[in-house]
Design a protein around this ligand. Structure first.
Ligand code: ZN
Ligand code: ZN
Length: 350
C-alpha cells in the first residue's frame, strides 16, 4: 500500500509523508517531505494520523525557506535519520542556521573605552584595537506572512484513516542545550534535479521549480506502480514541471493566492511583487489554467496546497479548481482535496 499524508501546508509550515509498504509484512519505506513544523508538532501530527515518527527512514527537503525547514535539525537529530538535499540547498540551510558573530553596542563601547584608557595610560600603542561593532542585521521578514486563521476542509472519498495507538501524547524533541553546531545532522545525502534516486522501495525524481530559493525542487515519488507528485512554491508552470506531472495518480499542487486578494491585501508592495513574480507562488487562476489546459487528468486525487491565509480563501481555491475540472468530462472523476495549515489532511491510500 502507498499512503500519502499532508501533515501541514501553508506559509507557516509544510510537511508531508510518503509511505510504501509493498509486501504487507510490515516492511515499509517512510519519507518525510519537508520539515516545516517544529519537531514536537510534527511528531504530534504524525501520531494523530497513526504514523510512528520512529519509523521514518529519511527527510527530503524541497528548499531552504523557513516554512519548509523549521523543525529539520531537531527532527533529524531526534530520529537519527539522513536528510536529502541538493548541495546548494544544504549550503543555504547551513548559512541560515549558523549564528553570525555579533557584538552589542554596549559591549563595543565598553571595550572601546577600556582601550582608550589603556592607550592614554601607557606609552605603547594599543596592541589590540577594538573591533568595529557589527550591527545586528534586521530580522528577515516572513516572505509570506499570514496572520489569519484558516478553516479546515479535509475529508472525502478514497481516504484512509489509521487510528493512533494509545492516544497522542506530547513528546519532547529537546536535545542537549545549547547545540554545539546547529547545522549538525546525523547524515546528509545530496541529490541533483533531473537525476532519480531511491530510498528503500520508493524511487524519487527531483525536478527544478521556479522559486526564489537556492536550488528549489519538486518531487515525483514512484512506488508499487503508483506515482505521486509534490509541486508547491513555484512562480509558474514551466514545461519541465508540466512533463513531471504527467501520468501521476496523485498531485499535490500549489494554489497559493487569489490575485485580487493579494493585490488589495495587507502585504507590502515588494512582497506582493515577489509572490506574483516568476519565482513566487502559483495563484488560484494559474493552477486552474494548468488544470484546464495542460493537465492530463490521470490523478484520481488532486490536493490543492500552500494556500495563503492572508491572500486566499479555501472556497476560492476550490471553486477555481472545480470550474477547471468541470470544463472537461474526462476530469470529472478527479477528487479534489484542500490541504490546510492547522491540521493534517486525511491520508490518501493506493
Ligand atoms: Zn518557498
Ligand atoms: Zn513555502
Amino acid at each position: 500500500m502507498v499512503r500519502f499524508t499532508v501533515l501541514a501546508s501553508g506559509s507557516k509550515g509544510n510537511s508531508s509523508i510518503v509511505s510504501s509498504c509493498p509486501s504487507g509484512d510490515g516492511q515499509c519505506t517512510k519519507i518525510l517531505v519537508d520539515a516545516g513544523l517544529s519537531c514536537r508538532e510534527l511528531f504530534r501530527r504524525m501520531r494523530l494520523v497513526g504514523e510512528d515518527p520512529a519509523t521514518l527512514d529519511a527527510i527530503l527537503i524541497t528548499h531552504e525557506h523557513q516554512d519548509h525547514i523549521n523543525g529539520l535539525a531537531a527532527t533529524a537529530r531526534k530520529l537519527g535519520i539522513p536528510v536529502y538535499f541538493t548541495e546548494a540547498t544544504h549550503r543555504a540551510w547551513v548559512r541560515q542556521v549558523t549564528p553570525k558573530k555579533r557584538i552589542t553596542y554596549a559591549d563595543w563601547a565598553a571595550q572601546y573605552r577600556a582601550g582608550k584608557l589603556a592607550a592614554a595610560a601607557g606609552p605603547h600603542p594599543d596592541p589590540n584595537p577594538m573591533p568595529d561593532p557589527e550591527p545586528d542585521p534586521a530580522p528577515e521578514p516572513d516572505p509570506v506572512p499570514d496572520p489569519m486563521p484558516m478553516v479546515s476542509q479535509a475529508s472525502g472519498d478514497g481516504l484512509c484513516t489509521i487510528a493512533p495507538e494509545g492516544g497522542v501524547e506530547e513528546e519532547s524533541c529537546d536535545g542537549p542545550d545549547p547545540v554545539p553546531d546547529p547545522s549538525r545532522l546525523p547524515a546528509v545525502n545530496y541529490f541533483r534535479p533531473g537525476q532519480a534516486f531511491s530510498i528503500g522501495d520508493v524511487s524519487i525524481s527531483p525536478f527544478t521549480i521556479p522559486h526564489d530559493a537556492a536550488d528549489p525542487v519538486g518531487f515525483v515519488f514512484s512506488a508499487e506502480g503508483v506515482r505521486l507528485a509534490v509541486a508547491t512554491d513555484l512562480g509558474y508552470m514551466p514545461p519541465n514541471v508540466q512533463a513531471q506531472l504527467r501520468r501521476c495518480d496523485l498531485i499535490m499542487l500549489e494554489s497559493n493566492h487569489d490575485l485580487e486578494m493579494l493585490r488589495d491585501g495587507p502585504y507590502p508592495w515588494s512582497v506582493k511583487q515577489r509572490v506574483l513574480s516568476r519565482v513566487g507562488h502559483l495563484s488560484n487562476d494559474a493552477t486552474a489554467q494548468y488544470l484546464e489546459q495542460i493537465y492530463d487528468g490521470t490523478a484520481t486525487h488532486l490536493i490543492l496546497a500552500h494556500l495563503s491565509e492572508s491572500n486566499n480563501m479555501p472556497e476560492l481555491a476550490r471553486l477555481a479548481a472545480e470550474r477547471a475540472l468541470n470544463s472537461k468530462p474526462s476530469l470529472l472523476a478527479n477528487r479534489l482535496h484542500l490541504a490546510t495549515q492547522h491540521e493534517p489532511l486525511a491520508s490518501v491510500c493506493f
